[in-house]
Ligand binder design. Structure first.
Ligand SMILES: [Zn+2]
Length: 152
């Protein structure tokens, strides 16, 4: 799923739990659970750093902006803000590790990379993972639930 969806889910977990270790565990677990649902990706065979970096930046920016609006409008204190950001960071971490493995080929990350690939039901570059509205529905639903949990 896109980073915005993962970041929002982690923020919602951080907002609704108190124990940082539990938040880290749940955020990581939810990344893989959410990735097992059908979802489109904006990365394809033609994706290179040059034509993709701005999509990643925009994706991150949208997620973090919504979380920022929640933090300011709900007046979360420093501790609440920290664990919300902790949740969103760990929710996005598996994708960051995937990029590290993919680009830098760190051997120790291979198992994590394989597990991440395995939770995806549909193979890479299949029509079910194309960047279409139909494939984005689960991202939209998860994001809306997370926004609801974050703002209420
Ligand atoms: Zn992922």
């Amino acid at each position: 799923m896109i980073l915005t969806t993962h970041a929002l889910a982690g923020a919602a977990i951080g907002k609704n739990f108190d124990n940082p270790w539990l938040i880290i565990l749940l955020s990581l677990a939810f990344h893989y659970i959410m990735d097992s649902f059908r979802h489109g990706e904006y990365l394809d065979r033609k994706s290179f750093f040059k034509n993709t970096w701005w999509k990643v930046v925009l994706d991150l920016f949208i997620g973090l902006t919504i979380i920022g609006v929640a933090i300011f409008s709900k007046n979360f204190n420093l501790r609440e803000t920290s664990i919300i950001l902790l949740g969103s960071f760990f929710s996005m971490l598996p994708d960051l590790l995937t990029v590290f493995y993919w680009k830098l080929n760190f051997k120790i990350l291979e198992k994590i990379f394989n597990f991440h690939a395995w939770v995806h039901k549909h193979p890479p570059f299949s029509p079910e993972r194309a960047w279409t509205f139909r494939n984005s529905l689960n991202d939209i639903i998860f994001s809306l639930v997370a926004i609801f949990l974050l703002f209420t």
